[in-house]
Design a protein around this ligand. Structure first.
Ligand code: ZN
Length: 507
């Protein structure tokens, strides 16, 4: 039987540390449930000591998912470990993940500790973690810049103290495929008890080598890959889950391994994360980018029509993308719409279908053809609304000098409508100021981009904004065939996120 490679997803922890990608508890739960459908083995849900809100998010994820192990992160000190244990104790399969830096650079400048001290601390931390939670992962932070002899000592100490998983992370994205393969082989060969534990890799993409390094680590004996959906994560990101998984699937002769991933759920998971965080997926992103299966040149198109094998190494269907992109027109009916959503893997309630149908008809009136991506945007927008405080009712702007805007919002369900007018530096600025007057949330628009969600002149414009409230950045997303309206929806979406997170903190 092929060796099993565990997929440890850290989208909700390392990924969430991407600037502006913060998720509230509800968003974390939605993402975690989708990761469960995707078939990941572990979900690292957060760093519980960081804040009360983070603790609660981890606790809620632990209660929500059944199959994957829910992982809480802790530095190798008792308060962190106790807090993490408390957050995950109700999970069906909890894993406590504790870490300490082991490279001389980190020892000297960050920890100001000797190798001896860090070795002792490793044993103590793992023993405490093991006492509180049955399954423990230990990470030697900055392992790829750590002296290999010392790494062997640290690994041996962690195994002796009861660690089940040993993670050797490339924290700064510094290593290369050959080097990391050798490092895993060396440590596995020399650390006492190495045969009884699972080795894990965690790579950052600073040099664009994260996925290649993960595959090399597997060849060196790692049997767990830590990764993030869409490759998000600190700085340049982490190993991209979908790239690593598809590399193993497509190149079985080179990587004869098995994972628990249901590849047909990949596209949906990627889209959900994009919708929640507002971090747009680059068009040329491998596997999940819009252009990943587009054949533009005539020669390629001709080849693909003759046989897909000429230029396609995997099929769009294998990751859950339908090759029949054109979907629905105005006359498709509610039944056709609901069937197509089921095809796309969405499990919508009757209420959601009803809401979606109204939005779909409104859009089909403006556009002749409604594409799958349009549907994804509409579904994301209705799902987001269930957590929204403010809903956009109407936007009117004029671009004269000075630009003016009238914005009408509704607060919560069945509440009164409120409207404000404002002037501003262009219609978007004027509209944002009007929103600020209604909501009282003082924000600073840092970034604003619009792009077409689908092809065609009458495309649905998807706006992404980054707004700063109280020194923290929030992403918002909105869609409309009118660009300014899309921007206002996005701005209000960011306001709602800010208010939701503020609200949680005030409880
Ligand atoms: Zn990391």
């Amino acid at each position: 039987m092929a060796d099993y490679i565990a997929i440890f997803d850290t989208t909700l922890r390392d990924g969430e540390q991407s600037p502006g990608a913060s998720m509230n508890a509800e968003e974390k739960i939605r993402m975690a449930l989708q990761l469960e459908r995707l078939g990941v083995d572990c979900i690292e849900a957060g760093f519980p000591i960081a804040s009360d809100q983070e603790f609660e998010g981890v606790q809620k994820v632990a209660a929500a998912v059944k199959k994957p192990s829910v992982v809480g992160l802790a530095r190798a000190v008792p308060p962190d470990i106790e807090r993490a244990a408390a957050a995950i104790e109700k999970a069906q399969k909890p894993t406590l993940h504790t870490f300490i830096a082991t490279s001389d650079i980190h020892l000297e400048y960050k920890l100001k500790a000797t190798r001896e001290q860090v070795l002792d601390q490793t044993g103590e931390a793992v023993r405490l973690a093991k006492k509180l939670i049955g399954r423990v992962e230990f990470s030697a932070e900055d392992a790829t810049r750590t002296d290999w002899e010392y790494l062997v000592q640290i690994t041996t100490a962690a195994i002796e103290a009861g660690a089940d998983v040993i993670n050797l992370p490339d924290t700064v994205g510094f290593t290369t495929p050959g080097e990391i393969e050798d490092m895993f082989k060396y440590v596995r060969e020399h650390a006492k008890g190495a045969d009884g534990v699972i080795f894990s890799c965690h790579n950052h993409n600073d040099l664009g080598l994260a996925v290649a390094n993960a595959m090399a680590a597997v060849r060196g004996g790692a049997r767990q890959i830590e990764c993030c959906v869409n490759g998000i994560g600190e700085r340049a990101g982490n190993t991209s889950l979908e790239e690593a998984v598809m590399a193993m699937k497509v190149r079985q002769n080179i990587y004869p391994y098995e994972t628990g991933i249901v590849a047909e759920e990949i596209l949906k998971t990627s889209a959900l994360l994009g919708n929640i965080t507002g971090l747009a997926i680059p068009y040329n992103k491998p596997v999940v980018g819009r252009n990943a299966f587009a054949h533009e040149s005539g020669i390629h198109q001709h080849g693909v029509i003759q046989s897909r094998l000429t230029y396609e190494i995997m099929t769009p269907e294998s990751i859950g993308r339908s090759s029949n992109e054109l979907v629905l027109g105005k006359h498709s009916g509610k039944h056709g719409l609901s069937a197509r959503c089921a095809d796309l893997g969405y499990d919508l309630s009757d209420g959601e279908i009803k809401q979606l149908y109204e939005k779909f008809i409104e859009l089909a009136d403006k556009k002749k053809e409604v594409f799958e991506d349009d549907l994804r945007v509409l579904i994301a927008s209705i799902r987001d609304e269930s957590f929204e405080t403010y809903h956009v009712v109407q936007v009117r702007t004029s671009g004269d000098d000075p630009a003016m805007a009238l914005v009408k919002l509704r607060r919560g369900e069945n509440q009164d409508e409120m409207f404000e007018t404002s002037t501003g530096d262009g219609p978007v600025d004027a509209a944002c100021k009007a929103v600020e007057r209604i909501t009282g949330a003082k924000g600073r628009l840092l970034e604003f981009t619009v792009r077409a969600a689908t092809p065609g002149k009458d495309a649905l414009g998807q706006a992404n904004v980054t707004v700063e409230f109280k020194d923290k950045a929030y992403y918002g997303q909105g869609a409309s065939t009118d660009i300014i309206e899309a921007a206002v929806h996005a701005y209000v979406n960011a306001v709602n996120k800010f208010l939701a997170i503020e609200g949680e903190q005030n409880v």
